[in-house]
Design a protein around this ligand. Structure first.
Ligand SMILES: Nc1nc2c(ncn2[C@@H]2O[C@H](COP(=O)(O)OP(=O)(O)OP(=O)(O)O)[C@@H](O)[C@H]2O)c(=O)[nH]1
Ligand SMILES: [Mg+2]
Length: 358
């Protein structure tokens, strides 16, 4: 996703983020301490979604410039979704020959839209009908029903149910749309916000692909906490990382173990965010957790399944007093606000008790 990612990244480096950063540096001088919090996890786990939520809470929403950049990301995402659904049909052996011309038409249209500014328009009513018909077709619905078996953006259903709104003149993404957009983080992003008088927190978002994860060691000094984000719904899905296809939950646990064992973090408290509870609950209703974790004997309800995964994270962590595990859905603004407040409180407590032990 080269261009889109670099556009968002460019915003992060040169746009309102850097304005935020300079305003912040003045405040920083006034602050006695800065809490440094590192967001880690595998690709697509939801780190940037948590980051965006914090930006929204501590700035007053997204600027028009930010929304315009995300408009490009969303067109790119919708384009990607149709391509992934077509690839999925091929992978699952679903005959897609009848829909290939429409997919090609959509791809050409959306590729043009990705480069357009808000004031430019392409006639949209015909293409919206083509997209809606395609999305409702038995071919794509059959494919979507087996979405855990293919590579497909999590926001597929969300964006395709909003086509009338997205594909039109003057579309400006809502906050929800921005939270649903996905541009993989290539480098790192930082955001500073007041935590309480005299104390600020710096949140650092690192990309989750193997190549991006290597950068986290540069941020490991003086951390108040690591927030490790795990995509719970990955239990029935695979991801490709470093050219290898793996079960997403097993991969997340393996990376967690690697991070936890790092000597650089041996005094750092960890918050594990078990994310995407909404998707987890949906998948669990038809795909038992035992498909990925054969030791799980049920019952196959969200509470028991989540507790089982929690236990795996606990077992993988050697310092039992320095871990806090919280379930969340990062797209839910209210849930995330509460999560941030609750978990930061816990982190502060851990910090205090760690300092008193030294
Ligand atoms: N349904 C649902 N989607 C979510 C949730 N959290 C994140 N997503 C979606 O998952 C996709 C990936 O989220 P990101 O936050 O960009 O993932 P990331 O961990 O930053 O990924 P990398 O930057 O590639 O490491 C986005 O489309 C989000 O909208 C959730 O709780 N539920
Ligand atoms: Mg990211």
């Amino acid at each position: 996703m080269g261009t889109i990612t670099s556009q968002v990244k460019k915003f992060g480096n040169n746009g309102s983020m850097s304005r935020g950063a300079s305003a912040v540096s003045t405040r920083q001088q006034q602050a006695d301490v800065e809490l440094r919090v590192l967001l880690l996890g595998t690709a697509g786990a939801g780190k940037t979604t948590v980051f965006k939520q914090l930006q929204m809470l501590h700035k007053s929403g997204f600027t028009e410039r930010h929304r315009l950049l995300y408009r490009h990301v969303i067109y790119f995402n919708v384009n990607q979704i149709f391509k992934e659904l077509l690839d999925g049909c091929v992978q699952l052996g679903i005959d897609s020959s009848a829909i290939e011309p429409q997919i090609a038409e959509i791809t050409v249209y959306l590729s043009k839209m990705e480069g357009k500014t808000q004031t430019q328009n392409l006639s949209s009513s015909h293409i919206v009908e083509v997209m809606k018909d395609l999305w409702n077709s038995s071919v794509l619905q059959q494919c979507f029903a087996r979405r855990n078996e293919i590579r497909l953006l999590d926001s597929c259903e969300f964006f395709l149910s909003e086509l009338n709104i997205i594909i039109r003149m003057g579309y400006s993404p809502t906050t929800d749309d921005i939270l649903r957009a996905y541009a993989t983080t290539i480098g790192t992003d930082e955001f500073v916000f007041p935590f309480r008088p005299g104390l600020e927190a710096r949140l650092i978002d690192v990309g989750g692909l193997a190549i991006a994860r290597r950068q986290w060691v540069n941020y490991a000094n003086n951390l108040a906490a690591v927030f490790y984000v795990c995509d719970l719904s990955g239990y029935c899905r695979t991801v490709e990382d470093d050219g290898v296809e793996k079960n997403s939950l097993h991969h997340s646990l393996a990376v967690f173990k690697e991070v936890e064992e790092s000597p650089l973090l041996k005094k750092t408290p960890f918050v594990v965010l078990l994310n995407k509870t909404d998707l987890f609950d949906t998948f669990l209703s038809s795909l038992p957790l035992s498909t990925c974790m054969p030791d799980f004997e049920g019952p196959n309800d969200p509470f028991s399944a989540e507790a089982f995964i929690r236990d795996h994270f606990l077992a993988a962590f050697s310092r039992k007093s320095a871990i806090y595990i919280h379930s969340t859905s990062a797209i839910n603004a209210q849930g995330v606000e509460k999560m941030i407040i609750d978990t930061m409180k816990v982190v502060m407590k851990k910090m205090k008790s760690n300092q008193s032990m030294e």
